[in-house]
Write a protein that binds this ligand. Structure first.
Ligand SMILES: [Zn+2]
Length: 289
């Protein structure tokens, strides 16, 4: 049921939906906890009717600012020494991520952290290969022991094979070191691309993760260690998430649908959807403020 001040497509700001039964993480609130609210007009001498969506004067001394990310209204004093006569025009304001794009950004950063872990492990192995090449026996023995410890934790044959490489039991070591270097660069590039939520980062992650799934699946035929299975489940989840939620390769509308989703959640129209009619907040109309 909707009132004249609560249109049918009105969406409750994060953390305010009275209909919600189960708790849900509000990524907008996390973003504001970390970065602070994204406010407009804090440095403006005066605000007008065209600004009421995001900032409005409460009286001569106080002003209400709406956070562009989490929709919370914050009361601040009117600046004593304003830097500009009016708030920045809308086309100069960069709207912060919110809604589904913001949630997706957190997921991508979580995946990026797993890539950072992979880089650390690969660097350890690369250091081992270099140590063997330089004939630093003591360091090599330490790293072989570390690789063994990693295998105890994560299981699988890959680490065991690398341990064998470091012990001098496999082909030309310079080739192994080159391969490890390429992997480090690829994994690090992947992590940066994901952290910055780029389209190329999503595609690179999809290709790399899919390629790495092949040896993992082959490994399943001879080893069923918990580490192998957990790693494979995570990688399958990453691949499916990128395909379905990020709409790679044109799936579910592809890049156009991603752009439309972004426009739906991060735009001035989206801000207008999240706010009741002006009279509800108008101080002169007996508002709750
Ligand atoms: Zn906020």
């Amino acid at each position: 049921m909707s009132s004249p001040e609560e249109p049918s497509d009105f969406e409750f700001p994060p953390g305010t939906d009275p209909q919600r039964r189960r708790p849900r993480l509000s990524f907008e609130l996390l973003g504001c906890a970390w970065n602070g609210h994204a406010l407009v007009g804090t440095d403006a001498a005066s605000v007008g009717d065209e600004d009421t969506l995001v900032v409005r004067d409460l009286d001569h001394d106080r002003r209400l600012h709406r956070c562009l990310r989490c929709d919370a209204w914050t009361m601040l004093p009117v600046p004593a020494h304003p830097a500009r006569p009016t708030p920045a025009p809308r086309d100069e304001i960069v709207l912060p991520d919110r809604g589904r794009p913001l949630k997706g950004r957190y997921v991508l950063r979580l995946i990026a952290l797993t890539r950072a872990f992979n880089v650390l492990v690969l660097l350890l192995l690369l250091a081992g290969a270099v140590a063997v090449l330089a004939d630093r026996t003591a360091l090599r023995d330490d790293l072989v022991a570390n690789a063994s410890a990693l295998q105890d934790v994560f299981g699988g044959q890959v680490i065991g094979q690398v341990q064998s490489v470091l012990a001098g039991g496999a082909g030309p070591l310079w080739l192994v070191a080159t391969g490890l270097t390429v992997l480090v660069v690829l994994e690090a590039t992947e992590g940066v691309g994901l952290w910055r939520a780029t389209r190329w980062g999503e595609y690179l992650t999809f290709v790399m993760t899919t390629l790495l799934l092949v040896p993992e699946i082959l490994e399943l035929t001879s080893s069923t260690s918990p580490g192998t299975i957990v790693g494979m489940v995570i990688n399958v989840a990453v691949v499916l998430y990128l395909l379905i939620s990020k709409r790679l390769f044109g799936l579910r509308g592809g890049a156009a649908a991603v752009a439309a989703e972004r426009e739906h959640d991060i735009s001035w129209a989206a801000l207008a959807r999240h706010i009741p009619g002006r009279s509800t907040l108008d101080p002169g109309a007996g508002s709750r403020f």
